[in-house]
Each structure stands twice: as C-alpha cells, then as structure tokens.
Design a protein around this ligand. Structure first.
Ligand SMILES: Nc1nc2c(ncn2[C@@H]2O[C@H](COP(=O)(O)OP(=O)(O)OP(=O)(O)O)[C@@H](O)[C@H]2O)c(=O)[nH]1
Ligand SMILES: [Zn+2]
Length: 201
C-alpha cells in the first residue's frame, strides 16, 4: 500500500444490487481507481473478483465493438448472486493501456481491415501495456491474498500471480458474440491467449 491511498467510501445501490464504492488514489499516476465491494469482504477467502480495465466506449456508451460493458455488468450480477465479491476498476487501462485517443486511432485502422493487435502495432504502440499493481494493492488493503478471478484472459491471471496474488480459480466471463465484436473476440482468442470457446472461425 505504499503508492495507493484509500480516499473515500460510500454505499452504491445499483440495478444489480447494493455495493460499496471505495476510491483509491494512486500516487504513481495521479489516477483514482475504484473497488466496488459486495458483502463483508475484508480477509475473505477466495472471493469472486473482477479486475476490470476501463473501457469508456463499452462501459459507459454501451459500444458493441467489444464485450467490456456486458462483462462488467455480468460480473456485478454474478457477485450479487454470490452475495460476496469485488470489482476492481482500473482507470488507467483504457485501450489496454494506450488511452482513449489512441484507441480511437486503432478503431479507425480496424475499420480499414486491421485486427486489434495489428492496429496497435501499426500505430507503433504496445499491444497490451497494462500493469496490475493497483489491483494487487487494493486487494492488500482488504487483506485478500487469494481470489476466484472472473476473466477469460490467462495473461491477466499470470500478471496478478506475478504480483503475489493467488488465483485459486479462473472463472470464465463469457458474453454472446455479436456481428460487431466477433472479429475482436476471435483475435483475442487466437492472438492474445483468451479462453473464449464457440467462436465461429
Ligand atoms: N487498443 C485497443 N484496446 C481495446 C480494443 N477493444 C477494447 N479495448 C480495451 O481493452 C481493454 C479490455 O481488454 P480485453 O482484452 O477486452 O479483456 P481483458 O480485460 O484483457 O480480459 P477479460 O478479463 O477476459 O475481460 C479495455 O481497456 C478496452 O478499452 C481495441 O480494439 N484496441
Ligand atoms: Zn471495451
């Protein structure tokens, strides 16, 4: 917890049920990250955890180019059904770390036929530059060492494990593919190590 300080918390009723929203200030980046918690999670063993990368277009504007918004809300639903768990919302992860302006540049290239990996490369940008220190420090704040991780991304699991978090179980977080996001999901599956079954070739 050297670089992350807890700044405030309040109850957050949602369409899916009641959460508490905790804001953390990251002194490395001056970014505010969020932990949305359900139930008394301090020191809990293997809670359901969603580590969610900010996606303004998907999370806020319900874009169908990706599966982020649907995954976020599905995670909130699953955590509520379970009665216990957290969403860690990482605010400096937009566009897998390249930011919104560059993500829009990458989208424009994808509209010309490049896939999500090729588009970042064509812009001279990393394919995925996300780091997960803030997530691991938020878990430390709640004294949680071991989680059941809601993700299809094995790279995210490894990144958290490298930071000392035990991933007791990887829990798939699947959405129904759409015409708009099918190619994106296929590229995540074939090039980025995501476990997404049943995608038409
Ligand atoms: N650069 C870039 N970023 C994208 C694109 N589509 C979505 N993103 C970003 O990708 C991030 C989410 O990463 P994903 O690879 O979709 O999923 P993940 O979080 O790694 O894996 P899951 O835990 O299974 O959801 C968000 O920050 C989105 O803004 C794209 O085409 N290009
Ligand atoms: Zn998205």
């Amino acid at each position: 917890m050297q670089f992350l300080t807890h700044s405030s918390s309040a109850r957050l009723p949602t369409q899916y049920g009641d959460f508490d929203l905790h804001v953390f200030q990251d002194q490395r980046t001056d970014v505010e990250h969020i932990a949305l918690t359900c139930g008394d999670i301090t020191r809990s063993q293997n809670p359901l955890v969603r580590v969610h990368s900010e996606c303004l277009t998907g999370d806020v504007f319900a874009s169908t180019r990706c599966d982020c918004g649907e995954q976020l809300h599905h995670a909130q639903r699953l955590i509520q059904e379970h009665g216990h768990g957290l969403v860690l919302y990482l605010k400096n992860h937009e566009g897998r770390g390249i930011g919104l302006s560059n993500k829009m540049r990458a989208y424009a290239l994808q509209d010309q036929g490049l896939d999500t990996v090729e588009a970042n490369e064509a812009l001279g940008l990393p394919v995925d530059s996300r780091s997960y220190e803030a997530a691991s420090e938020m878990l430390s704040f709640f004294e949680i060492a071991s989680v059941r991780l809601l993700t299809n991304n094995l790279g995210k699991k490894s990144a958290l494990e490298a930071l000392g978090i035990t991933v007791h179980q990887q829990v798939p977080l699947l959405t129904e593919p759409t015409l708009e996001n099918l190619k994106y999901l296929q590229t995540k599956s074939t090039k980025l190590g995501h476990l997404i079954p049943d995608l038409m070739g």
